[in-house]
Write a protein of this length. Structure first.
Length: 368
């Protein structure tokens, strides 16, 4: 039996129990109202808890296609011409303030950038004078270049995150072995639409900025075309089992990810390469892995060329509907279950007592 059913079995009988102890008839209508409110309140908390466990974000990639400066106006209401009005006399005299509604015109300027993955707000001004229209363009807007790569995060329902042990079983020994070598998943957007997803863990990659820029350029077309995101990790370990620890920590990444782990103990020599992705196209992962490892040494241009080639030819993003079967296994956190139970019980007891005391439906007769 699910936790939800147990919760309902605990809450539903409360109005009927109350009926046995309070010396006034609690009608079926009152029991129904009490039950509906208590169940609704507990349900909201319970299912918000489930939604919180499945909430996740993935990175979308594209390119800037245009930029616009938009002038606008709107009317801002405010209280004006306020005066005090009184009525009555003596102890019964009361006063209140009455105001009219006036409007103030505001003038706005919005600087935006358009892209293949939506619009980005660059800056804005809001003034009460038309002189705002004479404002110079902000430097960040001036710096926007048509064709430059851009990224943003997008929320999605991740059933795997809510039931991690179903696919990615935690291995304490691996976690201990690679402690300190597992970075946080790169999803931090900075400078409006930029992201760093080439990571170096104890590896002296001196041109890491160029790597991130080139990967963004590679993904600006692959993002819209293949719904793909790529992450590259250079890590100082000779053990390719690192990929298993990374998958466990990152829960396999996101549904559109291509995670490339490269073992490098002596830069720039490649010790090993592993590719992780949710895609069902196993050949994609094998071919990309083998071709990257065959390079022998790390070469940025060749890395980007191979990522572009194999992603274009064989990568297919796996839809989340493939994991919807996990929904039946999702349970909210224990504290959420306790909170839902407490609120449901308090609501049921409180409403039952209120109906007993106030008799809002007029059923004023004693139990017999």
């Amino acid at each position: 039996m699910s936790t939800w059913m147990l919760l309902m079995l605990f809450i539903l009988p409360i109005p009927w129990v109350a009926k046995l102890f309070w010396p006034r008839e609690i009608t079926l209508m009152e029991i129904g109202c009490t039950t509906i409110v208590a169940v609704l309140l507990a349900s909201i908390v319970y299912f918000l808890g489930i939604a919180g466990k499945t909430h996740d974000v993935e990175v979308w990639n594209g390119e800037i296609t245009g930029k616009t400066r938009v002038h606008g106006t709107y009317e801002q209401p405010y209280s004006c011409n306020c005066r005090q009005t009184c009525s009555g006399s003596g102890k019964n005299r009361s006063c209140s303030e009455t105001c009219d509604t006036c409007y103030e015109t505001h003038y706005t300027v919005h600087w935006n950038a358009q892209s293949t993955i939506g619009e980005f707000g660059i800056d804005s001004l809001d003034r009460t004078s038309r002189s705002v229209y004479m404002s110079l363009d902000p430097q960040r807007y001036v710096n926007v270049r048509i064709g430059e790569p851009c990224s943003r995060t997008s929320a999605f329902t991740n059933y795997v995150k809510a039931v991690p042990d179903s696919l990615f079983h935690a291995n304490p020994l691996l976690a201990q072995k690679f402690a300190g070598l597992i970075p946080e998943y790169p999803s931090n957007i900075y400078d409006i639409y930029r992201i760093n997803r080439v990571l170096a863990v104890n590896v002296p990659v001196t041109d890491i900025g160029a790597w991130n820029n080139d990967l963004g350029i590679t993904l600006r077309k692959l993002g819209p075309q293949k719904q793909a995101n790529a992450v590259i990790i250079f890590v100082n370990t000779p053990d390719r089992n690192y990929i298993n620890a990374l998958e466990s920590a990152w829960l396999g990444g996101k549904k559109n990810d291509i995670i490339i782990a490269v073992g490098v103990t002596q830069w720039p020599h490649i010790d090993w390469v592993e590719v992780s992705s949710w895609t069902k196209q196993e050949l994609f992962k094998v071919q990309l892995r083998d071709d990257l490892q065959a390079l022998g040494d790390v070469d940025r241009a060749q890395f980007m060329a191979l990522i572009n080639k194999h992603t274009t030819e064989t990568f297919v993003r796996r839809p989340m509907r493939d994991f919807e079967y996990l929904a039946d296994e999702i349970e909210p956190a224990l504290w959420v279950i306790i909170l839902a139970t407490v609120l449901g019980v308090l609501a049921s007891l409180g409403l039952s007592y209120w109906f007993y005391r106030e008799d809002p439906f007029g059923s004023n007769y004693n139990w017999r």
